[in-house]
Design a protein around this ligand. Sequence first.
Ligand code: ADP
Ligand code: 5GP
Length: 217
Amino acid sequence: MSNSGHPKDHGRRRGLMLVLSSPSGAGKTTLSKMLLEEFTDVKLSVSATTRPPRPGETDGKDYHFRTPDQFKDMIARGEFLEWAFVFDKYYGTPKADTVARLEAGEDVLFDVDWQGADALHDQMPNDVVSVFILPPSIDALKARLAGRAGSTDQLVARRMEDAKREIMHWRRYDYVVVNDELKAAYQRLKRILLVERLKRLRQLDLEDHVRMLLGEG
Ligand code: ADP
Ligand code: 5GP
């Protein structure tokens, strides 16, 4: 079984869109990786972009790399759930992959800022489950940012300012997880996923099941 020992849910289910946001350094990437490793039926959404691949990046895995003309055609055809123009380049979340996965009973993980989370919720309100990751303290956040490879005092200071702006949006989210102790925070995130899978709207066989219980099937 793909879910490494979790009890199997009854019947078929529609997947969900697990949208994670956090101020940079709070642990979103770390928690996402843990979830993707444990749950093979959770897949990370792959965005499209017009920026060139960095060394080691693969088309279709890290991003769908597109030319500006291709990207604009995709916008015109309504192929994005959301898109943005960041640092002179286009970035967007393609809709078709996500919809196919949800229908196949797989969950899709999104690592986006609060504006991205809002846009995804606007497009797919019944499918989005949003989680905001918070650090246990400002000092811990600073230490985590400083501890990351390639960090400088200037970069940390800028990220701390950005972090405060991002934290202000915490009330928009369905759930908030304080990433104090990593294992404990991961368990909270996992519980959110497991319980959200049981929502009535996501259990696709319930109509038939109840009809059977009532002797109508
Ligand atoms: P984000 O993706 O939110 O920017 P990362 O997942 O890259 O954050 O985490 C930032 C740094 O903090 C990394 O070095 C990571 O190993 C560390 N970290 C993450 N969670 C914890 C935790 N609960 N306790 C201590 N360090 C952590
Ligand atoms: P990078 O070029 O470093 O991979 O990403 C640059 C920025 O683009 C990051 O802030 C990242 O969060 C943002 N980004 C990546 N994919 C998407 C997307 O699909 N939609 C939006 N709105 N932003 C994205």
